[in-house]
Ligand binder design. Structure first.
Ligand SMILES: [Zn+2]
Ligand SMILES: [Zn+2]
Length: 178
């Protein structure tokens, strides 16, 4: 699968935002730093915006975790209907033409909602509904975008994969009769 880099910004932001909702009480600054890292323009996060954005992040987390493709699409459609109000092509800042899903002068919350839902939708068209996932390690609640060659990624990170292998080895050892 070829990934469209202009679109991937919004997809990666969606994953990071979803994961941020699983960390202990993210502050306005935490959220703002995340937006700066993803090159979101005018990223100032007020207390009210923080609440709305984290609510949205929880909904995104559910889209990533949903294994049933039909239901995943329904959940995302719901988010899309609330957010992507205006779609147009743009080539701002010398970038290749890409889609924006909102008006440039929309407030931060609306822009974040639109870019995450819009980008995830384009991504799911290309990935045939696949390649979003939740970490297979039981104690981990992170979600991820699977950009691997074969699209069979199970863990959010190599670290979780290693820990899980150790855990499984231990529980097998425990089951062995003495
Ligand atoms: Zn843009
Ligand atoms: Zn994990």
């Amino acid at each position: 699968m070829q990934f469209n880099h202009d679109n991937m910004t919004g997809v990666m932001l969606a994953a990071d935002l979803a994961n941020m909702t699983k960390t202990a009480a993210p502050t306005c600054d935490d959220v703002q730093e995340l937006f700066i890292a993803h090159q979101i323009r005018r990223p100032d996060v007020s207390a009210g915006a923080r609440e709305e954005i984290l609510d949205w992040g929880r909904r995104l987390h559910s889209v990533f975790s949903q294994r049933d493709i039909t239901r995943r699409c329904e959940e995302l459609n719901d988010l899309l209907g609330r957010s992507a109000t205006r779609m147009y092509l743009t080539s701002h800042d010398g970038l290749r033409p890409h889609l924006h899903f909102m008006r440039d002068d929309d407030d931060l919350v609306r822009r974040i909602m639109a870019v995450t839902a819009g980008s995830l939708s384009l991504f799911l068209v290309e990935s045939e509904g696949l390649r979003l996932g939740a970490c297979a390690r039981e104690s981990c609640s992170k979600v991820f975008v699977d950009t691997s060659r074969n699209g069979r990624r199970a863990y959010c990170s190599p670290r979780c994969g290693n820990y899980d292998a150790v855990d499984r080895h231990r529980s097998k050892a425990r089951q062995r009769p003495c």
